[in-house]
Design a protein around this ligand. Structure first.
Ligand code: F6P
Ligand code: MN
Length: 316
């Protein structure tokens, strides 16, 4: 395929669908990824136009208005339901797994967080969509079995970061609302330039507190927005850093969810040469018991995550 250098020289843009085709990504998987790309056009439009109606209330014209996260959920659900390639869906907005009843070859099952950090829209901070893809009808399996993962970040620009198991690539939405390749094969270089620590520090365990102090004394800058997608994106795009939402004294499983948030991010960061841990082992090896499972997460530069695991092991 055309190399990034050649494309750079000729100012030639390659869009998401074409990039996936040139990388020999399965056609049905390409379908799933492009359905999410299409859904994100409507989601960013809803975010930008400020339709901040509360679920269940009516707008000026007496029409039902939906909260942005509910709206994002409906948009993605519909796209995937009619894609013809999906078996089961799980959304952070829904209590149960939904089986697709429309005609489909049922190759893929998808877990997604339609609008992570949606409360941040009120204060005009960045939010995102997170997607985990399995080639199976079973969503309750370890994240290492994912065939692809992606997130869409709705910030000053709308970007998509995606991996189908062959590296991590970034795309940006252009004027025509199509995603063009920005950079391919993003790799973490090591060292923690930034760190994003979630949860209340006073509730950290001794090992986590030791790790936070280690990062600070080694010059990592505090960069926490409270949005999982932008916070992870910063660690990845700056090619070094750590995000954590640890176990807390009053929340032993932390806050973030395995299926909708942690598995897809762990897949992407590992694909970029980083690591993701529960503090006591590889995130992607966790066997989920239910769609609501939560876990502590430490994710980012490999050597820092290894150090954290050592600090946690020493605390017990
Ligand atoms: O999943 C919800 C979420 O908003 C994430 O985007 C973010 O990382 C986390 O919660 C922030 O939690 P807290 O407000 O406790 O820092
Ligand atoms: Mn979320």
């Amino acid at each position: 395929m055309t190399s990034a250098a050649e494309r750079g020289k000729t100012k030639y843009q390659i869009n998401l669908r074409r990039y996936l085709r040139e990388c020999d990504v399965d056609r049905d998987l390409t379908r799933v990824i492009c359905e999410i790309a299409n859904a994100s056009k409507y989601i960013i439009n809803a975010i930008r136009t400020g339709d901040l109606g509360v679920a269940g209330t009516s707008n000026l014209y007496g029409e039902q208005q939906l909260a942005l996260d509910v709206l994002a959920d409906r948009i993605i659900q519909k796209r995937l339901m009619y894609s013809g390639v999906v078996a089961n869906l799980a959304s952070e907005e829904l209590p149960d797994i939904i089986e697709v009843t429309h005609p489909s070859n049922k190759r893929y099952s998808i877990a997604f967080d339609p609008l992570d950090g949606s409360s941040l829209v009120d204060v005009n901070l960045a939010v995102g969509t997170i997607v985990s893809i399995f080639e199976s009808d079973n969503l309750l399996q370890p994240g290492r079995n994912q065939v692809a993962a992606l997130y869409v970040l709705y910030g000053p620009r709308t970007t998509m970061v995606v991996s189908t198991g062959k590296g991590v690539h970034e795309f940006a939405m252009n004027q025509l609302m199509e995603f063009d390749l920005v950079q391919e094969n993003i790799t973490m270089e090591g060292g923690a330039k930034v760190y994003a620590p979630g949860g209340t520090r006073a509730k950290y365990s001794p090992g986590t507190e030791k790790f936070a102090r280690h990062l600070e004394t080694n010059g990592a800058k505090l960069r926490y927005s409270g949005g999982f997608v932008p916070d992870i994106n910063q660690v990845l795009i700056k090619r070094g850093g750590v995000f954590m939402y640890p176990h807390l004294s009053d929340a032993p499983q932390g806050k973030l969810r395995v299926l909708f948030e942690l598995n897809p991010m762990a897949f992407l960061i590992e694909q970029a040469g980083g690591a993701a841990s529960t503090g006591r082992g590889r995130m992607l090896d966790v066997e989920p018991q239910g769609i609501d499972d939560r876990s502590p997460i430490f994710i980012g530069s490999k050597e820092e995550i290894a150090r954290l695991e050592q600090f946690i092991a020493e605390e017990s």
